[in-house]
Design a protein around this ligand. Sequence first.
Ligand SMILES: *[C@@H]1O[C@H](CO)[C@@H](O)[C@H](O)[C@H]1NC(C)=O
Ligand SMILES: *[C@@H]1O[C@H](CO)[C@@H](O)[C@H](O)[C@H]1NC(C)=O
Length: 279
Amino acid sequence: MEETRLLRLLFVTSLLSGSTHQASLKMSPDSSQLFKDKFVSLRCEEDGSSDGWTVTRNTTTRTRTQCGADWGRKAASSCTISYIVPRDSGVYWCESTEGAASTSINITVSGGAVILQSPVLPVMEGDDVTLTCTTKTSNLSADFYKDGSFIRTEPTGHMTIRHVSRSDEGLYKCHIREHGESPPSWITVTGKPATTTSPSAPCHPPVSVWSIVLAILCSLFPLVPLVLLVLQLRRLISRKPKGNYLPVSMEMAPPTQAEQGLDDEYDDVMAAVTTEHHL
Ligand SMILES: *[C@@H]1O[C@H](CO)[C@@H](O)[C@H](O)[C@H]1NC(C)=O
Ligand SMILES: *[C@@H]1O[C@H](CO)[C@@H](O)[C@H](O)[C@H]1NC(C)=O
């Protein structure tokens, strides 16, 4: 079955080549808000390798500048900023040499006294998410707000939202008495899709017509010879005069003139049936 193996190979290859265009930007520390002067590391991660990706950003003053040009220190697909400052605030993403882009993250650098720590990547629907309101030195009792409305006060400064849904999406901020207010941050919620890109699960295919067609072909292909065989047998059996083929015996009458016209295939089938009878 060379064709089957070839098709399966093509199918797997199409999955792999589809997913090599998916990179994600990871950030350490994993917080969309930072105090100024922090050390920050950003890296582009891709299934298997991460070559050819560069961390790129838009800030309020400049758009689409790459790490290593006039900001950050570039090493392969990573980028570090030793002392981040408020004007580094902006949108960051990974861009490949071919122009492909990862999803972007928002980073806010605060020169103030309070920040709200929230995940940089979108939160998955159904998951729990914890937001932390903190000063430079400690977590104190904090008030949390969503879209300008007070939610609740948390004595430890941590607010966990359980089983996140789309309605939790919004602009969050927090306030610590006698210290001040954090900048706002967007929390984005994404559905639990069949198309998430997870490095450890190559079975999440990028959905394309090509991969769907190949998937169908691959699953049907082993059936083709069987279907052909069944069709062939049916054709032969229906051409054969009734009654002669069921009891396979040596007392078969010599072929009549009409039967003489039957082709070799008939003899082949009879030979096969006879062989089976003997087994
Ligand atoms: C960055 O800025 C450019 C130019 O304004 C814009 O076209 C692009 O969409 C921005 N990228 C992101 C990820 O916001
Ligand atoms: C970044 O922030 C802007 C508003 O400031 C918001 O519209 C956008 O959705 C945010 N992007 C992400 C990835 O959170």
